[in-house]
Design a protein around this ligand. Structure first.
Ligand code: COS
Length: 382
């Protein structure tokens, strides 16, 4: 995108955050839902299409640009981002990265416009971190596959119009090589949703089980048309998603530091501002250092992604460092606010709970450590 158009988009999102989203945060928390008018405004701003190529009606942002916009957006509660998150990220990118032309033509324009909401169905009751051990079966039956299995904690499942579903298509092949990724419209017979999950935080973000019971899809619903490549598609989608989650953390870093600065420079104890105490300054400085370092690793990973280089290591570093950093910053924000930090009105306790998820979804911190170390060793021998 040219610099001027991009700046216009960025300023528009920044105004939307300040004028619409931040004032609506309490309503979202109270109702455990994002109002439909706000979802519509997000559609009108083109936010569902950030990552979808222009040829298919999206904004076609680079990863660096997407990270900047997501950082702006997540100065407001991360729950608003979750509405567009799966469509911008893991719910569309399998099709963008590995889809056939026909699959792109069919789905990307609808996803870009926010007419279709995408979701990503990998996790199962017995397969989380060990993604290659999924049990959901897709049995070939002539020209169709019959999908049976349960997917767990699926973000945006209640809103979704289409799922990317990872399922086993090769009965004799255990592990990653036996998995295919399917595009499954959410209104297919044989799909039911579990009851809404009750969560530690992120009220208004929707997750639940998705149960497939002999759900029939055509054989050409496999992403890319070839079976057995679904695990690799999922990993590529997650590499990109991990940079995106790094950017989500950055917006919350900004917000929590803003709140910490504003509270500590307004409140007085022992006759001076909290911010004038060196022990408080130590916390402010550590938070600023964490935030700048996180921004650095996220940007570096995004630049590498845009250059078409392998980002397995850098994406894992970005997600690992930024999600852990925002956890530390949220913890310090609560501490700097003292008793007020524990009270709902000041919102930092809510953000503290909300950002806890960033260290878990799209690969827990321990999975990122494993990916980083494996890649270090692989690059050593290559
Ligand atoms: N990009 C492309 N291909 C990849 C890849 C990537 N980032 N990561 C792995 N692959 C390929 C490997 O090269 C290997 O291919 P070959 O068999 O042709 O050599 C294949 O995929 C299997 O990879 P690997 O052996 O590394 O798989 P593992 O079972 O050891 O799993 C981890 C690797 C742990 C990294 C993976 O299971 C994972 O990321 N788990 C976390 C899942 C997750 O994030 N869940 C969150 C819920 S979804 S929101």
């Amino acid at each position: 995108m040219d610099v001027e158009t991009f700046e216009l988009l960025r300023n528009t999102v920044s105004r939307f955050v300040s004028e619409r989203l931040i004032p609506a945060e309490d309503e979202v928390e109270a109702n455990d839902d994002v109002p439909e008018e706000i979802v519509q405004e997000m559609r009108d701003l083109g936010l569902f299409g950030l990552s979808i190529p222009e040829a298919f009606g999206g904004l076609g942002l680079s990863m660096v640009e997407e990270a900047v916009i997501i950082r702006e957006l997540t100065r407001a509660s991360v729950v608003f981002r979750s509405v567009i998150g799966t469509t911008v990220g893991i719910g569309s990118q399998g099709i963008v990265i590995d889809g056939t032309d026909g699959q792109k033509q069919e789905w990307l324009p609808k996803l870009a416009a926010g007419q279709a909401i995408g979701a990503f169905a990998l996790t199962e009751p017995e397969a989380g971190s060990d993604a290659a051990s999924i049990k959901t079966q897709a049995a070939r039956d002539g020209d169709v596959y019959r999908i049976t299995g349960t997917k767990r904690f699926i973000t945006n499942a209640p809103r979704a119009s289409v799922f990317t579903v990872m399922a086993r298509t090769e009965p004799g092949t255990p592990g990653a090589a036996g998995i295919s990724a399917f595009i499954v419209p959410a209104d297919k017979p044989g799909i039911t949703l579990g009851k809404p999950d009750r969560k530690m935080g992120q009220r208004g973000a929707k997750t639940c089980d998705v149960i497939f019971d002999d759900c029939i899809v055509p054989a050409d619903a496999i992403i890319g048309g070839k079976p057995g490549l679904g695990f690799k598609t999922a990993m590529k989608v997650l590499d990109r998603g991990r940079i995106h989650i790094g950017a989500v953390a950055l917006g919350m870093c900004d917000r929590l530091i803003e709140a910490s600065l504003s509270y500590s420079s307004g409140r007085k104890q022992f006759g001076q501002r909290l911010a004038d105490f060196q022990l408080v300054q130590g916390m402010l400085a550590d938070s600023q250092t964490d935030a700048l370092a996180a921004a650095g690793v996220v940007e570096q990973a995004a630049r590498r992604f845009d250059a078409g280089q392998d980002v397995r290591l850098e994406a894992a570093v970005a997600k690992y460092f930024a999600s852990e950093a925002v956890g530390r910053i949220a913890d310090r924000a609560v501490q700097i606010h003292g008793g007020a930090g524990y009270m709902a009105d000041y919102k930092v306790e809510r953000f503290y709970r909300d950002v806890r998820l960033l260290r878990i979804y799209e690969g827990a911190s321990q999975i990122q450590q494993l990916v980083i170390a494996r890649e270090m060793l692989r690059r050593l021998t290559n």
